[in-house]
Write a protein that binds this ligand. Sequence first.
Ligand code: SF4
Length: 571
Amino acid sequence: MTKIVRINLETKGIQIELVEKGHSYEFYGGRALSAKILLDEIDPKVDPLSKDNKLIFASGLLGGTFAPNSGRFSIGSKSPLTKGIKEANVGGLAPTLLCRTGIKALIFEGKASNWQILKIQDGKIEFVDADPYVGMNNYELDIKLSKKFGSNIGIFSIGVAGEKQLKAASIASMDLEGYPSRHAGRGGLGAVMGSKKLKAVIITAPKINQIRYHDKKSFKQVALKWGKNLQETKKGFSKFGTLMGLMTMDSVHGLPTQNFRSGSFKDADKISGEALHQYLLQNNGKFSVSCSPGCMIRCSNIVFDKNGKHITSSLEYETIALNGSNLLISDLEKLANIDHICDDFGLDTIEVGNALAVFMEAGIIKWGDADGCIALLKEIKNDDKNALILGNGAVQVGSALNISRVAQVKGQGLPGYEPRTFKGMGATYLTSPMGADHTAGAAIINRTPDSDLDYGKLHTPKNKVELSKRLQIFTMILDSMGQCYFIGPHIENMPKLAKMLNARYGWSLKTDDLVEMGQKWLKIERDFNLNAGLGATDYLPAFMQEENLIDLPDRSWDIDPEDISSFWKKL
Ligand code: SF4
């Protein structure tokens, strides 16, 4: 049996509710559970940084089990950036440990009067005074907390950006090597955690794993076969990580370059997966690293400099695209430094890349000036005016500097896929309740949700809204299982999930039931946004609707707005 733990930071009250058969949240987990709690319990018009907003940590329905890649986790709230519902997905050690304590969700309510840490150890949940840790960034904080509370712990934390309630602030999760490198990055959820004066959540490995199975043998049968298959078929991903496809993105004119002016970058080869792989080999770096227990793909990496000093863990495609090609920066080591600083302060690298691009538009930092970016980021600690604007995201930089060329949807910076080329991805940016999001329905090259329909060429509008819709449903399902979406938001994986859910909980779900649930869960997020006063669909920024790509002058945004607005009617 799992439980929902409600933590009132104002009164320090802790309430535990068991989720038994027939409980209204029995069939909800991860992203779906977080969305349902938010829709049920908060006023959608609430100020995201007020005490009336809630912060939800939600375990997936298969989180921490033998299911492949089930070490992922959902953190949700009303976003200070989009003003809509938000789920950010994260790995690290803490999610698995939390699942193993039998906790289905932590619901943080209210606002503490002084900084707190929540500690969960073998069924005991208690507050720890966080005052000694205030002002610390994530790297120092993880070292200090591991020293005090033992090395066998998982940590969720915020750095100084979260403390200052900056709207691009993330929530860090300590990885398996002890670095705060995994982040629930998008939507400013670190600011929500900061607004509650919650510095960290620490989970100690439970003595007894509370995960139970209705039919463990059948569960393991499906899980192990699937895991083995992933291990064998995703070897390239394991070697080159998420940067694997950067050169292909560039060749199809899909790599954001100079604040989304162009879809290809002359120095793409210097920031490619192959270039990073060479750098890792030369400097004793590591590739094929897992971000969380049970990962069968291992797309992460660890970057050291030539003196053997750790720079950052997992230099990823999104960080490189938004802070590399999009800012005309091609120095991998400097990009690793930008990544480290963002992880340390607790900032979303996608939002930061978009915001830095606006500083470059204004001429405050020169295009390609990595040192200028690093210097400005570091000034967050000193409350420098421009640095704080940067930490509040691209839209705020645009309005402070009077620059209209801001690549955003719903107030959130665009990920690393040029929507005029990746039309399906563009459809996701405009229809997902998450706003511009790289994981909600990632219609990247060759990714299809099924073989039922001809989805046309990457850059043509043909069936792209349908492509986005199906990917969004399957991704919602994976996010609600607590599984990494790299295992594939594809119809062929749904029967395996249904089998594992039935074997774990004694249910009798069929594939169609699961797909229906995914649709219902997406609508919960949409309903929250409608109640918050947001539209169900959006528009790309004016410059993207008006301009063609510089490197391919006939490449424009050409999906009919009617087609976009039909998304929810067809769901
Ligand atoms: S595939 Fe990559 S992101 Fe997904 S769980 Fe594994 S290491 Fe983490």
